[in-house]
Design a protein around this ligand. Structure first.
Ligand code: SIN
Length: 290
């Protein structure tokens, strides 16, 4: 197993590890260490069934089963299908997942630890691959905050609402998803988390607020909360914190969700096919601390 750390703020490649097979505790520890240090890890040239993807992912924590999501691998509901492909007149997968900056599951009481995505079809045009996944580094964004802001916001909490991203997709991205029903909103009520968390691998502080779901800093008056969130959203997307991952078919990409935010770049057309299988690992084995 060989680990290559990229020169950018995030990203590493691990070669020589076949994710379809069990691996040793030392190898597991090295993957976790790399994930903590680099946030985003690529495992190239993998050949996995949906079951093998789920088994690999489940080593890091419980897997989320999204009951509202129709796009699941048959018989393996922990594996979600992301795709813009249509087969026999029906969509193969969820076509517009994650197409703006967010952190998965920040709107949930138990937050996400990591995502594991397996790239099966990746669109390209003129020799350049499309449909990159972009990331921003929340360890570095925390460190880059003014000292007085770190001090003043310490101990405060942020309210995260699933409906914020949903409505943004309908309003700004032409998504055809219908509004959430009252019952769906009740099933996913807004939840609060500390604005700064201690990362479970690095034990360092991270900024845990994201433009996709964060709606309010609970301890501040409304106007000050809106101004502070606007500042944080701009700050956390500074070019020095950013990293773009360009997919190749056969890549498994794993990222941790506590110290990064991400964005799926929708720069491909309906005939440029993208097919990705995805597992959502919850923070049940690796827990954040407030
Ligand atoms: C996601 O937000 O999980 C989707 C990322 C991607 O499709 O690149």
């Amino acid at each position: 197993m060989q680990v290559t750390r990229g020169g950018e703020t995030l990203g590493a490649t691990i070669e020589g590890l076949d994710l379809s097979r069990p691996f040793s505790p030392d190898e597991f520890d090295a993957v976790v260490r790399t994930l903590g240090e680099r946030g985003v890890v690529r495992f190239p040239a993998q050949e996995l069934t949906g079951r093998q993807l789920a088994d690999f992912s489940a080593r890091f924590g419980e897997l989320e089963i999204n009951v509202a999501n129709a796009y699941q691998e048959p018989g393996i509901p922990e594996v979600m299908i992301l795709s813009n492909m249509i087969e026999n007149g029906r969509p193969v997968g969820l076509a517009d997942a994650g197409q703006d900056w967010h952190t998965d599951m920040s709107y949930s009481g138990t937050i996400a630890f990591a995502n594991v995505l397996y790239g099966i079809k990746i669109p390209s045009r003129g020799g350049r691959t499309l449909g990159a996944t972009e990331f921003s580094n929340m360890h570095a964004a925390y460190e880059g905050l003014p000292a007085e802001m770190k001090r003043d916001l310490e101990g405060m909490t942020v309210l995260h609402d699933f409906n914020k991203f949903w409505e943004m997709m309908r309003r700004e991205k032409g998504s055809r998803r219908p509004p959430l029903t009252e019952a769906q909103r009740k099933a996913k009520p807004p939840v609060s988390h500390p604005i700064f968390l201690t990362h479970p691998i690095t034990r360092r502080r991270v900024l845990y607020a994201n433009p996709g779901y964060a709606v309010r800093i609970n301890e501040l008056p409304q106007k000050e909360s809106a101004q502070t969130l606007a500042y944080l959203f701009e700050h956390q997307l500074g070019p020095e914190y950013r990293y773009a991952f360009h997919w190749q078919e056969g890549d498994v990409l794993m990222w941790e969700d506590i110290g990064t935010i991400h964005n799926a770049v929708a720069d491909y057309g309906p005939d440029e096919h993208r097919l990705i299988k995805r597992c959502q690992v919850m923070a049940t084995r690796f827990h954040e601390e407030g």
